[in-house]
Design a protein around this ligand. Structure first.
Ligand code: HEM
Length: 235
């Protein structure tokens, strides 16, 4: 009797969905779109540097007070941080598991000669790894100041950003990451739309154009900051 009860136990709906490739692709799409939304807002916020130190430093202070007085000081920012961490972990875990599945499923006639993944798949994998490493560096640079070139000043992003882009390696790290970001968003947005079933013969053109425009706007918007510091427009 006890055995019958045990074998009768079915996995939950959530478990079944998570175990399926469709479920993992949906998780990737939703978490990717959450991060994309954050990036658009972050990029617009960064452009405040062009209006002078007071504008962007004020923005950094607002990040800590948003939601007040309903929320306690910094709670709004912490909610955003928790959502972002959950999105990053969900995105990376499902990407890793899908890629393991893909490698196992590929037919291998010869032990040493497995067919290579497509160009888009390889670009997405490497882009994802570069962006993951970049986020760690970026937080240590402009949020905690641990690897910051000159004395890091809390709540003074204007000066901190100028310090970062006054070093050659700061510029190289950010420019490479922004390029990876553009390529990742261009393909990722399109893939997310397909995973969520939004694509259709009539809509695909519009989706592709949106993916290109989003990737271009984000890349140009983010890159404009180091370029402005390098050229002396922001100093
Ligand atoms: C030129 C490009 C970028 C610049 C100049 C920049 C600038 C900054 C600055 C100044 C902060 C600290 C804000 C503060 O604490 O007051 C910050 C935080 C952050 N940035 Fe960026 N950022 C750039 C690109 C990116 C990209 C591409 C990503 C993601 C892939 C990203 C993700 C983050 C995250 C997650 C935080 C932490 C927010 C928090 O929880 O405090 N940034 N960025």
């Amino acid at each position: 009797m006890a055995l019958a009860t045990r074998t009768d136990r079915r996995p939950s709906m959530t478990r079944t969905l998570w175990d399926s490739s469709v479920g993992k692709k949906t998780v990737m799409a939703v978490s990717g779109l959450i991060m994309l939304l954050y990036l658009v807002v972050h990029m617009i916020g960064n452009l405040k540097i062009f209006f002078g130190p007071e504008e962007i430093n004020h923005y950094a202070r607002w990040l800590r007070t948003m939601g007040e007085p309903v929320l306690h000081h910094e709670w709004g920012l912490w909610i955003v941080r928790v959502v972002l961490v959950v999105a990053v972990v969900a995105h990376a875990t499902s990407a890793y598991q899908l890629s393991r599945r893909d490698i196992k499923a590929r037919p291998s006639k010869y032990v040493h000669k497995k067919p290579r993944a497509s160009y888009a798949t390889r670009t997405m994998r490497w882009g994802g790894i570069i962006l993951g490493l970049f986020i760690v560096w970026h937080l240590l640079d402009l949020t905690t100041g641990t690897v910051h070139p000159d004395g890091y000043q809390h709540l003074h992003p204007y000066q901190n950003i100028i310090d970062t882009f006054s070093t050659w390696y700061g510029n190289v790290i950010y420019l490479v990451a922004m390029l990876a970001l553009g390529l990742h968003v261009r393909h990722g947005f399109w893939s997310a739309a397909q995973s969520l079933g939004v694509g259709s013969r009539t809509r695909d053109r519009l989706l592709k154009t949106t993916a290109h425009v989003l990737a271009l706007v984000l890349t140009v918007g983010f890159v404009s900051v180091p370029v402005a510091v390098m050229t002396g427009v922001v100093s």
